[in-house]
Design a binder for this molecule. Structure first.
Ligand code: AMP
Length: 441
């Protein structure tokens, strides 16, 4: 299957080819023709599946087919849960739309609204927005949604998790009845189904859970460790494993800050990315991580949503998420171009139950090991329960096969010394039980 056979215009094919894409991803192959037939879509797709092009390309084509109204009312609205995702979707819309005559812009909170208001006045065809700022500007009459033809909810599950249900409802009330609706979500909870049934009209279901990418290419493994030894174990894994681009998930913003400080003190460059950071700080951290000056990005789940980090080799769940689906989202951070990766979880005694929940939805066991020198001694009750605010974070990813990215063929030998056969914790961990000296359960 090629892009030519999907019914896309020459202008869009040109942009696709400029991006270097040759073959549509499964979600693109399924969703693009349906959207071009003007169907509503309910799609199960995570970041990393190519979903953004999956909805953007046909949307651009449909919008470009109608002559432009001089007043340029907003005709397409793309709602995202986070600023980062909004900015990324906007960047994609601009790239895919380079050769069509459509204007797009992004609005989100945390930055001065005045430049946004000025730009909106000039007329915008496609608006990408987070719900809060959108409603703010609408209530100030800085924008109108009364002529929206396309509504796209991206990462709808995360929007609900972040408490945007009421905002979404308010936005719906501002839209015309007749419109095309596309809803993308990594998971389908009862709440998502309810949301979908209130928004979508006879939707086509499109499934692109990357079974053949994410789940199968990720090698999951875990270390049982005392909570207070996690920083030292992480530092050992990173330095001795010679990992040079690591995404680490923590459960809280403060936890992310504290860990980032510890990593910096040990000589491992890092940056924390979470909701309390300014937009500028987040953008800078992500840019540093992508170009290599920041070796470790420490993130909370919410901040990490939507980050486009291609070919990420290592994801560490420094803390496990208390919502098992977050584990799946974390996996979505890597393996994008069919590359595999490694998801390493550091599990303290209070998190063992979370692992069970994750294994249930993964449908497989996560091999567990113990690193020499880090044998866990904690018992339930040693650790005070954490206040349940924010969502958890455990990251995982699929670290790449050793040598695939970080340090050529030499990385294996640099793996932590206590890591079992061949020094590669991943390989020994994935084979089941009992292979390495440090293997445990
Ligand atoms: P997304 O799931 O939309 O965040 O896309 C994940 C990554 O895949 C992005 O870096 C896209 O640029 C890239 N991508 C999207 N579609 C394709 C394709 N057909 N071929 C290769 N890469 C793609």
């Amino acid at each position: 299957m090629s892009f030519d056979s999907l019914g896309l215009s020459d202008a869009l094919l040109k942009a696709i080819s400029k991006k270097g894409y040759t073959i549509p991803s499964p979600i693109q192959e399924k969703a693009i023709p349906l959207i071009l037939q003007r169907r509503d879509i309910l799609a199960s797709a995570q970041t990393g599946t190519g979903k953004t092009a999956g909805f953007t390309l046909p949307m651009l084509q449909i919008l470009a087919e109608t002559p432009i109204d001089k007043r340029r009312p907003i005709r397409a609205l793309i709602l995202t849960p986070t600023r980062e995702l909004a900015a990324q979707v906007h960047a994609n819309v601009e790239e895919y739309g380079e050769f069509v005559n459509l204007r797009s812009m992004v609005i989100f909170g945390g930055v001065n609204q005045n430049p946004q208001v000025t730009k909106l006045k000039r007329g915008i065809d496609i608006l990408i927005a987070t719900p809060g700022r959108l409603l703010d500007l609408e209530s100030q009459r800085a924008l109108s949604l009364s002529q929206v033809e396309f509504l796209i909810l991206d990462e709808a599950d995360r929007m609900l998790d972040m408490g945007f249900a009421r905002d979404i409802k308010r936005v719906m009330n501002l839209l015309p009845q007749k419109r095309q609706n596309l809803l993308f979500s990594a998971t389908f909870s009862k709440e998502i189904k309810k949301l979908a049934s209130g928004i979508l009209n006879n939707p086509a279901m499109v499934e692109a859970t990357p079974e053949n990418t994410t789940a199968e290419l990720v090698e999951h493994m875990s270390y049982r460790v005392n909570k207070d030894q996690k920083p030292a174990l992480l530092i050992k894994l990173i330095s001795e494993g010679d990992w040079d681009q690591v995404l680490v998930f923590t459960r809280t913003k403060h936890g992310a800050n504290r860990l980032s400080e510890k990593l910096d003190k040990s000589g491992i460059t890092s940056a924390a990315i979470h909701g309390n950071k300014s937009q500028g700080a987040r953008t800078k951290a992500l840019a540093g991580f992508k170009e290599g000056s920041v070796r470790v990005l420490v993130a909370t789940d919410i901040a990490a949503r939507g980050l486009d980090i291609p070919l990420l080799p290592h994801v560490v769940n420094y803390e496990l998420p208390n919502v098992p689906e977050d584990y799946i989202h974390r996996i979505g951070r890597t393996g994008r171009a069919g590359a595999s990766g490694e998801a390493v979880s550091l599990v303290s005694i209070d998190e063992v139950d979370y692992v069970r929940g994750i294994e249930r939805i993964l449908g497989e066991k996560i091999p567990s090991e113990v690193m020499e020198g880090f044998e866990p001694t904690e018992k339930i009750g040693d650790i005070p329960p954490e206040p349940r605010r924010g969502r958890g974070g455990q990251g995982h990813n699929r670290p790449k096969p050793s040598g695939s990215r970080s340090s050529g063929g030499g990385s294996q030998g640099k793996r932590p010394s206590g890591s079992g056969s061949g020094g590669n914790p991943r390989s020994s961990g994935s084979s089941g039980s009992g292979s390495g000296g440090k293997r445990r359960s």
